[in-house]
Design a protein around this ligand. Structure first.
Ligand code: GLC
Length: 792
């Protein structure tokens, strides 16, 4: 009935979430204790504390003093900040060097300002409230010029102002459209941009939560259906600062193994040893680069995790070894559902050792997934996580280094699409219902898997891909955006979705290239692969019973063009890898909305169909069929067309030509971009590095390249290589200086090439004080570029 017009029958009005709210009321007393201020109000309790000088945490509980346990998201220790507390009858002021919190007493209303007095968040008519159903809510003033980013994985445009969003990890096979709200990931964090300044809020609640930036024109709210109110305010003042503060709290991404950044090929499913070998041979024969092949559910024996079907894959170890010899990895899927089968060791062990989720009465919860009736590990228990992690020895013993976690919302084939919310989670002695912890199930499966793999791999980096997650998921996994379709609309959708994931701390993300469900077409695959060249995660994946989607599936021309862009991925690898390192250090994503770099440019605030890689490369994919041009917006400065070298003046829209073989890419004048070489996979060491120098009208440019061994955690202990290159121009003299850091890693390339774009042919060049001989220089008249190479 819900799928017919009956759904809007006048008699079917539902009780709305958030009705019958009770305000927290006036402050009746307060106490200062260990740097925290504990308020008792007419109707509840509020506690304010500083997590650091720049981050304040607000907790509210209507029934008792708020607890200070955090969800699994928070890793940063609270700094001992002792604020100055003063009272002027109507207002309690709590102050650090960076932040001022003013609490109006009657009723309790909170304002946070920075040290210069600029308002960050403010409560006016409404503040903290709750209702009898156990819902907690808080309201904040929304200024006319506020723009909102983050919120994890959401459909729709970049700026979430005017949206209502729900956080409840959900397996949505179809549809993903503008009114599809809750998807696989729940990241209750957002950044507000106001007049070029930014602040952020993280609402740490692992049950169902809602954000409403729509119902009222000057107020927004966030609320949860269970648990207490618990949120952090990050003061910025830039969006990058907010991302830094948020990822300091919830952790940054470890640097992925380099192979995880290459091109990956998947299909539901490559079903046999023979099929995988054939696939690999095709890549090799056609010389199309690839780093990983995925095994979807058919590799298993009756969909039992930690098994291989020996008829289809008689010798998995041999297969993996053979693939390794040609530089490719195997990534198998691992779902959480463990088949109910008393003769299956994993099931037996899980039951005997009590690792599965149970009802409060003690009976195991069973749900229907791929293997049929299945039990689900209780990942909230450290013991169960450890058990699950150790089980991955099965895979590492076969030579596997990466795992793909799916169905971990958890998805169940029933009407609610998930586990019975009454199921209990053991939660290390603090039992809670699934209703309260639903959104961390996938995150904790990720933790169990990542930590288990890391341990087994003994110093080698592992790669984990996950569908579900919660705030902090970046510590363990890369995220793909689930079951999209081979629609042009889904290609369009992927841009703001990935940009907002990046603005939610998840720097390593991407959609299924070519589209998962539905039949792709050659043209769509080319355009999507072009986009994939620059998504942090780059995997072609398609569903069972859809047309084949490997690069050669649509004839020669499509093969040639997809190959060209897969190769580009490897060419751009040194730059991408440097940006991954930046994300690892600062939380600033690899793929960025323009607004992150140009926050005061009004044209960027909701720009959803183009993006940046780092701070100086602009990418504007074509996302409609039979289209060979598009409008591109250029922020201030001058921009160089990567393919034609044409200069485009910024602060302006331009019409750009882009026939099927062209992905529009632009480099900002005054930039240096490193390039590597085309290779079959990242397993082949880089032999030559090229610095492309785009000085244009600028007289200086610089870049700091990052490199390490790409496979171990040596980078955490100084096994790194950094090279600072600066290029300056004075009349006809170009001086380049190269400075290496004192990290202990020695890179593999033996030659360094420099390409000066847009220049004359009579330049004198000095590199590290030595003049480059005339005979070494190569001038390309057509491109107006000057090239020379030195030995390293
Ligand atoms: C889910 C996943 C998809 C996978 C399929 C079969 O739909 O999202 O990627 O191929 O399950 O395992």
């Amino acid at each position: 009935m819900q799928d017919t017009s009956f759904a809007i029958h006048p008699g079917t009005k539902k009780q709305l979430v958030g009705e019958n709210l009770k305000d927290i009321g006036a402050v009746t007393s307060y106490k200062v204790n260990e740097g925290m201020v504990n308020f008792k109000t007419e109707n509840g309790y509020v506690r304010i504390l500083f997590h650091s000088n720049r981050t304040v945490r607000v907790t509210m509980n209507p029934k008792h003093e708020p607890t200070l346990t955090t969800s699994f998201a928070v890793v940063e220790e609270r700094l001992r900040v002792t604020p100055i507390v003063s009272d002027n009858e109507n207002v309690v002021q709590i102050k650090t060097t960076e932040l001022i919190v003013n609490v109006m007493k009657t009723p309790f209303r909170l304002t946070v300002t920075d040290s210069s007095g600029k308002t960050i968040i403010q409560e006016i008519n409404k503040g903290l409230a709750f209702n009898e159903n156990g819902e907690v809510i808080c309201f904040k003033k929304m200024e006319d010029n506020d723009h909102f980013y983050g919120f994890g994985e959401k459909t729709g445009f970049l700026d979430k102002r005017g949206e209502k969003m729900e956080m409840w990890n959900t397996d949505v096979y179809a549809p993903h459209n503008p009114e599809t709200d809750a998807l696989y990931q729940s990241i209750p964090f957002f950044i507000t941009l106001r007049d070029g300044h930014a602040h952020g809020v993280f609402f740490d609640n692992t049950g169902k939560s809602h954000f409403d930036l729509k119902s009222e024109s000057n107020t927004y709210s966030f609320k949860a259906e269970s648990g207490q109110m618990d949120y952090y305010v990050f003061t910025g003042p830039t969006m990058k600062d907010v991302l830094g503060q948020y990822t300091q709290l919830t952790g940054t991404m470890p640097i992925p193994p380099k192979w995880a950044l290459g091109y990956h090929q998947s299909r539901y499913s490559y079903e046999t040893d023979e099929e995988v070998r054939q696939l690999v041979n095709d890549f090799l024969k056609k010389e199309i680069p690839v780093d990983a092949i995925y095994l979807d559910i058919h590799y298993m024996d009756g969909y039992r995790v930690f098994t291989f079907d020996r008829d289809r894959f008689p010798d998995p170890k041999g297969l993996i070894e053979d693939l390794k010899k040609v530089g490719m990895k195997i990534v198998p899927i691992v779902d959480p559902g463990v088949k109910e089968d008393p003769e299956y060791d994993i099931y037996q062990e899980g039951v005997r050792e009590s690792h599965f989720c149970k009802y409060v009465e003690g009976n195991i919860y069973f749900g229907d997934v791929w293997p049929g009736n299945s039990a689900f590990p209780d990942f909230t228990s450290t013991k169960a996580r450890k058990w699950w992690g150790e089980k991955h020895k099965y895979y590492t013993d076969l030579g596997i280094e990466g795992i793909w976690n799916d169905m971990n919302e958890p998805a169940i084939f029933n009407d609610t699409k998930t586990m019975d919310v009454k199921v209990m989670h053991e939660n290390d002695g603090d039992p809670k219902t699934h209703r309260q912890l639903h959104n961390v199930y996938g995150f904790l499966m990720g933790e169990a898997t990542y930590e288990g793999m890391k341990k087994q791999l003994n110093g080698k980096r592992t790669f984990l891909l996950t569908r579900a997650g919660y705030a902090g998921v970046q510590r363990y996994a890369s995220v793909w955006t689930g079951d999209n379709r081979s629609f042009w609309e889904h290609l369009q959708l992927a841009l703001p979705m990935c940009m907002n994931l990046g603005m939610s701390g998840v720097a390593f993300c991407g959609p299924d290239v070519g589209g998962f469900a539905h039949d792709s077409s050659g043209e769509l695959l080319v355009r999507w692969t072009q986009f994939g060249t620059f998504t942090p995660y780059f995997r072609n994946h398609s569903a069972i019973n859809t047309v084949r989607q490997e690069p050669w599936s649509f004839g020669e021309n499509v093969e040639k063009l997809t190959k060209k862009y897969i190769e580009q991925r490897y060419v751009w690898m040194p730059h991408l890898y440097t940006l991954f390192r930046e994300a690892n250090q600062t939380g600033v994503p690899v793929m960025r909305p323009l607004v992150l770099e140009y926050p005061t440019d009004e044209n960027t605030v909701n720009l959803s169909d183009q993006f940046m890689i780092g701070d100086n490369v602009l990418v504007a994919p074509i996302m409609t069929p039979t289209t060979s041009h598009r409008v591109v917006y250029f922020p201030e400065g001058r921009w160089i067309n990567y393919w034609t070298e044409e200069v485009l003046v910024g602060n302006k829209h331009h019409l750009v030509e882009a026939p099927l073989d062209i992905l529009p890419i632009f480099i900002k004048e005054g930039s240096i971009i490193p390039h590597g070489t085309v290779k079959q996979s990242t397993a082949i060491p880089e032999t030559e590095l090229t610095y492309h120098i785009y000085l244009g009208e600028k007289n200086a440019a610089s870049y700091r390249l990052y490199e390490d061994d790409g496979t171990t955690f040596g980078y955490e202990n100084g096994a790194t290589f950094e090279q600072e290159i600066t290029c300056e121009r004075e009349n006809n003299l170009i001086s380049i200086s190269l400075k290496e850091s004192n990290g202990s890693y020695d890179p593999t390339w033996i030659k360094e090439t420099f390409v000066l774009h847009h220049c004359e042919d009579d330049l004198d060049i000095i590199i590290n004080g030595e003049e480059v001989d005339h005979s070494q220089k190569n001038y390309n008249k057509l491109k107006k570029s000057l090239t020379f190479t030195i030995d390293r």
